[in-house]
Design a protein around this ligand. Structure first.
Ligand code: MN
Length: 494
């Protein structure tokens, strides 16, 4: 990114990938946010508006949907200023307002004990399930905060960096957003493990010393051979492995730097899958491949969906170098993951922001993250119950423990909805009230206003404390009022 991000350079950036978009709207959003944040100063001493502006730039660098860029400009307005969400909605419409609402719901990082923390984490997953774009903005927001972490007190630096490394980066990874994941990791790394950071940097620099010229020559030879074979090269460039990945690998390889082969890689993007395999064949004809280092992630993608061909070859001087070969679609997916669906030159194929498919993935990620946190003794085990995400007919997300039933859902919505609950539909099918809900179910509660209250039998199958407490309280009150009725009956009237 350029030294000082400005609104003009932002508009120029967006115009390059989406000339049709309403560029005036981006300027309006900037003016609106700048006015709202007027007089506010960041810890670094800069005017506050620098932060949302930089966040928008990070997203525009991904060539992302301008609607998301606009939302990024507005993302801190309701939380930090007197301007309300209603005013944002009036000026920028309901879609942008709803994303800003999602970010505001996530809240600022305020650490107030483990339980509150887990609660915030849960909120984050619900907000993600509601609209994954909110999380994409949150990542960019966090990246800029990490870039400017130096102006905060050390304790705060550590906490923000640790959260980024332990929670945000793994989520970005699971969503396939390796570009964001890499940035989150490397920016946090130096604050969490400063000594290891310096050491890893030294190892990398030493291994890379003098490599640049021969990397260039390898790249030129490859380019020449591919041209002769009539393979169109969309791009070919060298790429250094990120520091935190090197560190992780050193840990796995017992600190043996000699075992790290992919410190520098050459990435080749070609039009089709057939081209990818052709390139692999040509490279192996020029150089000898290293045994066991040929990886076909095209026919067998990684769990997060990553696709590419990898091979490590011996150069003539005996050095090793990795090649990564992929199509443009694989490249976008690898860099941007889920965000690629709002990325330009995807021929406008956009996914709905609420997509049941993500909820399954999100439930797995949530479980993983909570399991990691369970290493901290302070965290009580009942927080770690597996959770599922289900939807109201309007599309709002509710998270519940696994095996929860429509009655749990009803009490989660409102006590009265629980008490008057008389039946339920799951995905438009009538079901019995003890049916176990599954991830992504759309649940519609049928209410009978004349119903007196919950049934004792429900206690046999409800899973949440909320539902159980409400039912028990209601039944207890019932008994009490029966007693009062009885007293009224037996005691002589005055
Ligand atoms: Mn922010």
């Amino acid at each position: 990114m350029e030294e000082k991000p400005t609104i003009d350079s932002l508009i120029k950036k967006v115009k390059e990938y989406d000339p049709q978009t309403d560029l005036e709207m981006i300027r309006l959003a900037y003016d609106f946010a700048a006015e709202a944040h007027k007089g506010q100063i960041r810890k670094s001493g800069e005017p506050y508006i620098i932060h949302p502006l930089a966040t928008a730039h990070i997203l525009a660098d991904m060539r992302i949907d301008p609607l998301i860029v606009i939302t990024a400009l507005l993302h801190d307005v309701p939380e930090d200023t007197t301007v309300t969400l209603e005013e944002i909605e009036k000026n920028f419409g309901s879609e942008i307002a709803s994303m800003v609402r999602g970010i505001t719901k996530l809240g600022k990082l305020k650490y107030r004990g483990v339980e509150r923390y887990i609660e915030n984490l849960r909120k984050m997953f619900v907000a993600m399930a509601e609209d994954i774009r909110v999380m994409i903005i949150k990542f960019a927001d966090r990246i800029h905060n990490l870039q400017t972490l130096d102006s905060l007190p050390p304790q705060k630096q550590y906490r923000i960096a640790l959260e980024s490394l332990e929670i945000y980066a793994p989520i970005a990874n699971r969503l396939g957003m390796s570009e964001f994941k890499g940035q989150l990791e490397d920016l946090s790394f130096q604050y969490i493990y400063p000594k290891e950071y310096e050491r890893t940097k030294k190892i990398r620099d030493e291994k890379l010393k003098g490599k640049e010229t021969y990397l260039k020559s390898i790249q030129q030879i490859a380019e020449q051979e591919l041209k002769e074979a009539n393979i169109q090269i969309i791009s070919i460039d060298g790429r250094n492995k990120k520091l935190y990945s090197i560190y992780q690998k050193l840990l796995r390889k017992e600190n043996d730097a000699a075992q790290i082969y992919d410190l520098a890689a050459i990435r080749i993007v070609v039009p089709t899958i057939a081209d990818c395999y052709a390139v692999l064949g040509i490279l192996h004809k020029i150089w000898k491949p290293l045994k066991g280092r040929i990886k076909d992630y095209i026919s067998q993608p990684k769990p997060n969906g990553y696709q590419s061909l990898h091979t490590t070859i011996f150069s003539d001087s005996g050095e090793t170098i990795e090649f990564q070969i992929r199509t443009p679609e694989m490249h976008d997916d690898a860099e941007y993951g889920i965000a690629a669906h709002w990325h330009y030159d995807e021929q406008g194929s956009r996914l709905p922001s609420k997509d049941v498919r993500w909820t399954k993935e999100l439930a797995i990620i949530q479980k993983e993250i909570l399991n990691r946190l369970s290493d901290l003794d302070e965290i009580k085990i009942d927080f770690l119950q597996s959770r599922i995400f289900v939807f109201t007919p309007k599309g709002d997300v509710v998270d519940l423990p696994e095996n929860a039933t429509p009655v749990d859902f009803a009490y989660h919505i409102h006590t009265e909805v629980g008490n008057k609950c008389n039946g339920a539909k799951i995905n438009d099918q009538m079901v019995s009230l003890d049916t176990e809900l599954k991830n992504g179910d759309v649940v519609d509660i049928i209410i009978d206003k004349t119903r007196k209250g919950p049934s004792q039998d429900w206690l046999k199958f409800v899973k949440t404390h909320t539902a159980k407490n409400h039912i028990e309280n209601y039944l207890k009150n019932q008994q009490q009022s029966k007693i009062t009725d009885w007293f009224k009956y037996v005691l002589p009237k005055k």
